[in-house]
Design a protein around this ligand. Structure first.
Ligand code: NAG
Ligand code: NAG
Ligand code: NAG
Ligand code: NAG
Ligand code: NAG
Ligand code: NAG
Length: 940
């Protein structure tokens, strides 16, 4: 799935994808199960019949063929919020020679003869005491090996609040009406483990089976499922005349979360064909679906590229693309019936001029289609290896888009975003390894976050450069061929890639790829590689340290990575991106001869291909900054972003960051800007409320004023550039925001470009009166677009009116007493944390209620901790987190949150003096310069 895969923030591709994916996880409904299902039995085939009603209730039945591999007298499976009719439950042993059963014959009535079934099992008991699990007990044990047929009927209620699980947009007039198109619709979003909200099943990715789906519906509606329709028959239903039961062809073996259904009225489609005459269709609202020509073309070309690359054709005979308004994620990869958020796919053709909008659409489609190979055909054994699906799909989304819709710079922007977004989160004490340890009963938060998508993508990119493009392709093809319709884990992937790469050829001697990758997979954070040149001795000393290490020296050799190092130097002939040196985790320091002349720069990590940052000695840093314009674009990006970000994290001197930021005045390409803006913004917030705030604001104003003169409408960095520029008062930005806000205030239909919308609203609120605030608030209430709503709600926190801010605070802390309600709490909380962390902390500390003990609130405190920069705030945070430390620690890791805030306070203590000195000197120099300039001009 993607995100926008959810996971959740920006207009630009990767980030926006990631954003939505996070949203996919409903904290309440979908949690890592407390226990794993037993492999004593393996479901082979499900026949699921669903009968959804207009009031959003539904009933159904399921017949499951099971193989028993270990004799047992109980079957444990999943059912969430379903009421199983105990009288309907039957369990039969099938004859061994039953073979494949034509499951169509078992609709509702099971005929023993048809199945060669032996006696029914009697005295079955059902136990529902463990939430989400059902235990079916039998006095007589099921024998092994043996094939059984388990049948039951059930009913339940569809989700009518969110497009999650088996969901239903109610008809207008039922009171719960959400989808403003006013059509009744049923569809599904089951990842990660919500198939069991629709039918009882073994709801783990490893229990792959064939699925036959039957949907009962009245003749005003259309049905779709993973496979094409096989047969449609009249269906008796007490609810009215004209019902039909549509049964679809049986799917290949797949995980339950990939089951997809749709029943909808008032839906239209556009048709195309994949090669081999396979239908490719896009479905949506009749008023929108005509914009589906572009997504159809993109999908067709992505399929061609991906099927060719993987050398394995999608086994499904058709592909449908379903568009859903305000969908829970950017997209979800239900096999053969992929769901997308309508606005990301069916946008007005006049936005096609904006390359970023088309790229986002292309990336999203390619991401979901890549899941056919990474997730659908080959499925990770368990959710902790989900990066095998999401990391690879993110990587191939970019690769396929670069072939199918080539836009110069797109690959560059994509790797920058993946790397920066992931490293930002990976530098926090609350990060987790790429392969997370999922604690039973916790949310799926860590399964669909920045780390999984963006670090996953970055690690695949590093692999590509390390073992080579050809080996990556070979290895992946073998991996897919060997594990199609089954499951796999990273071990198998490593061994296939290693074989394809020709053993040790590209690896450290006698070290396996599995060993090399182990640290990248299982250690949180990323390495910082120090490259210190001894200019007189002509040597370089290279060492590594984790970004999460607080101490200067590395404590533990095992806490390190095998790092592929590449380098070049000023004037080198024949630069190569092949690995020149493996940094061995067991060695504290590695010394090599310095190939570069002592007055020339030396550069590591070419193209930023390795998932690490590099810290240089002062002279080499200066050489690099001096010659920045000589470097390849990708290298300029990594040099400036490493300097700015390592300084923000206290790993290199703040003067490096300030010098690097100054150099941006000469930067004509958007990509280095894209890489440093987030980091610069965060650095500014470290100075909040101190005497340095104004000085640093002034400095950024000077740099960004230059940047603002060069930005184009569809530049990838425009969102962040405008956000920061308006905040530090760059005239070009504030004027634009002011104008746009006024136009929009007069005419709500005046469209503000989506990427800068949030900044414009915020500027308007910050510089407007209470009337502007009220106006934004009422447009928030009436907006139908979930993303626009979020931007509006966030903007309300930008007010400088303390009464209004208090009101906002009250809404946040007491959602039951007015305001937008508790579903918006997290958006408001984050907005407040950025706007005024001290006010928020004081309010939380003085709050009498229990709310702050609520784990959800505690997770939000991470956002406050990021903004803390003085002792007072730190103590308040400690007070909040220490009160019930044990409870918190086990739930979330309060110590990590406090430690993040402590780092900020320490950082400021250590760097304030140096920053001030640098900025003073810079001010003085600028003053001299501008004096000279004005003198000069007077002379003319
Ligand atoms: C079979 O089940 C028994 C009892 O639950 C268990 O001890 C044993 O390990 C299982 N064997 C296999 C191969 O799963
Ligand atoms: C079912 O349960 C009843 C009462 O507990 C018992 O008399 C009977 O023998 C059981 N039947 C089987 C087949 O186990
Ligand atoms: C499910 O069926 C039972 C028994 O017919 C009924 O009492 C219950 O209300 C039904 N639940 C739903 C959600 O339809
Ligand atoms: C739907 O079924 C009803 C009842 O049989 C029938 O009157 C009506 O014509 C049917 N509508 C369509 C579009 O087939
Ligand atoms: C089940 O799936 C496999 C492929 O995974 C396929 O070969 C087989 O035909 C399917 N079974 C049925 C009954 O369709
Ligand atoms: C993969 O690596 C090769 C060098 O081996 C490089 O030329 C290519 O651009 C890389 N592709 C991606 C998508 O990073």
């Amino acid at each position: 799935m993607k995100f926008e895969a959810s996971k959740w923030a920006s207009f630009v591709l990767t980030a926006s994808l990631t954003l939505s994916s996070l949203d996919v996880v409903d904290a309440k409904k979908s949690r890592v199960p407390k226990q794993r299902l037993s492999h004593d039995v393996a479901p082979q085939h499900y026949h699921v019949t669903l009968v959804p009603k207009r009031d959003c209730s539904f009933s159904g039945s399921v017949a499951i063929q099971l193989d028993v591999t270990n004799s047992t007298n109980q079957l444990v499976f999943n059912a969430k919020g379903l009421e199983i009719d105990e009288d309907s439950v039957t369990l039969k042993r099938l004859n061994k020679d039953a073979g494949e059963i034509d499951i169509l014959q078992i609709n509702n009535e099971v005929d023993n003869n048809e199945y060669n079934a032996e006696e029914n099992y009697k005295n079955l008991t059902l136990d529902f005491t463990v939430r989400d699990f059902v235990t079916l007990g039998s006095e007589e044990p099921l024998s092994s090996p043996g094939r059984y047929l388990l049948y039951m009927e059930f009913n339940g209620t569809m989700n009518s609040r969110r497009t999650l699980g088996l969901y239903c947009s109610p008809s207008p007039g039922t009171g719960k009406h959400k989808d403003r198109t006013g059509r009744w619709m049923v569809a599904s979003a089951f990842e990660p483990n919500l198939a069991s909200t629709a039918f009882p099943c073994w709801d783990e990715p490893g229990f792959k089976a064939n699925f036959t789906i039957s949907l009962a519906h009245d003749n005003r509606t259309v049905t779709l499922s993973n496979m094409p329709l096989r047969i449609s028959k009249p269906y008796d239903n007490s609810d009215g005349e004209g019902w039909r039961l549509d049964t679809f062809h049986t799917t290949p073996k797949m995980s339950p979360y990939l089951v997809g259904v749709m029943i909808s009225e008032n839906v239209a489609h556009l048709d195309s064909k994949l090669n081999g005459d396979r239908p490719l269709r896009i479905w949506g609202h009749p008023g929108r679906v005509q914009y589906g020509d572009l997504p159809l073309r993109l999908a067709k070309r992505h399929m061609e590229f991906l099927e060719d690359y993987m050398s394995f054709q999608d086994p499904l005979p058709k592909q449908d693309m379903l568009t859903v308004r305000n969908y829970i994620a950017g997209g979800l990869e239900n096999w053969g019936i992929v769901s997308y958020d309508e606005k990301l796919i069916l946008f007005d053709p006049r936005y096609r001029r904006n390359k970023q909008v088309v790229l986002r659409c292309s990336n999203l489609i390619a991401h979901e289609l890549s899941h056919i190979w990474f997730g659908n055909l080959v499925t990770p054994n368990w959710w902790d290896d989900i990066w095998l699906s999401e990391g690879f799909s993110s990587y191939f989304a970019v690769l396929s888009t670069s072939k199918v819709y080539p836009v110069w710079g797109h690959e560059t922007a994509s790797w920058i975003l993946a790397r920066e977004n992931s490293m930002e989160v990976d530098a926090r004490d609350t990060t987790h390894p790429l392969r997370p340890q999922l604690s039973p009963g916790s949310g799926f938060r860590e399964v669909f976050d920045q780390i999984i998508y963006n670090k996953g993508q970055s690690i695949v990119r590093m692999l590509n450069f390390t073992i080579g493009e050809q080996a990556l392709k070979e290895g992946l093809r073998n991996y897919i061929r060997k594990r199609a319709y089954a499951t796999a884990s990273h071990d198998l992937l490593w061994s296939e890639l290693e074989k394809a790469a020709g053993g040790f050829a590209n690896l450290p001697e006698n070290v396996s790829l599995a060993e090399v990758m182990d640290s990248w997979l299982n250690r949180p954070g990323y390495p910082v590689v120090s490259v210190i040149r001894d200019y007189s001795a002509g040597e370089i000393t290279i060492s590594q340290r984790s970004i999460l290490d607080k101490e200067d020296a590395r404590e533990d050799a095992s806490a390190a990575w095998w790092i592929p190092l590449t380098y070049t130097y000023d004037g080198e002939n024949g630069t190569t991106t092949s690995v020149r040196l493996w940094l061995n985790p067991a060695e504290i320091n590695t010394t090599i001869d310095d190939p570069a002349p002592s007055d020339k720069w030396l550069l590591f990590n070419l193209h930023g291909a390795g998932y690490y940052r590099v810290r240089y000695d002062r002279d080499n840093a200066a050489y690099l900054l001096n010659d920045l314009s000589d470097l390849w674009l990708d290298d300029r990006v990594q040099v400036v972003s490493d300097m700015v970000e390592l300084a923000r994290l206290g790993f290199s001197p703040v003067s490096d960051a300030l010098n690097a930021l100054s150099s941006m005045k000469n930067e004509m390409s958007p990509y280095p800007w894209l890489a440093i803006l987030g980091s610069a913004h965060k650095t500014l917030s470290l100075f909040r409320g101190t005497e340095l705030e104004d000085m640093f604001t002034e400095f950024l104003n000077e740099i960004l004023s230059v940047g603002m003169t060069r930005v184009e409408e569809d530049d990838v960095h425009r969102k962040e550039l405008v956000s920061l520029s308006c905040e530090v008062g760059v005239t070009k930005c504030t004027k634009m925001a002011d104008e746009l806000f006024k136009k929009w205030a007069e005419d709500p239909n005046h469209k503000i470009p989506e990427d800068i919308r949030g900044s414009v609203y915020c500027y308007g609120v910050a510089h407007g009166d209470s009337k502007s605030w009220q106006m934004v608030n009422s447009r928030f209430a009436s907006s139908a677009d979930a993303k626009d709503k979020k931007d509006l709600l966030k903007a309300l926190a930008c007010t400088k009116d303390s009464n209004l801010l208090s009101k906002y605070l009250k809404w946040t802390l007491e959602p039951s007493k007015g305001g937008p309600g508790s579903k918006k709490t997290s958006t408001m909380f984050k907005a407040l944390a950025k706007r005024d962390p001290e006010m928020l902390l004081s309010a939380l500390v003085s709050q009498e209620t229990d709310k702050k003990r609520n784990p959800r609130w505690k997770k939000l405190l991470e956002h406050v901790a990021l903004e803390v920069n003085n002792e007072k705030q730190l103590n308040q945070l400690r007070q909040l987190l220490m009160a019930d430390q044990d409870e918190f620690k086990s739930d979330f890791g309060g110590n990590a949150v406090i430690s993040m805030a402590e780092s900020n306070v320490d950082w400021l203590e250590r760097n304030a003096g140096q920053t001030k000195a640098w900025l003073k000197k810079h001010e003085a120099m600028s003053a001299v310069k501008s004096k000279k300039l004005s003198k000069g001009s007077r002379g003319i």
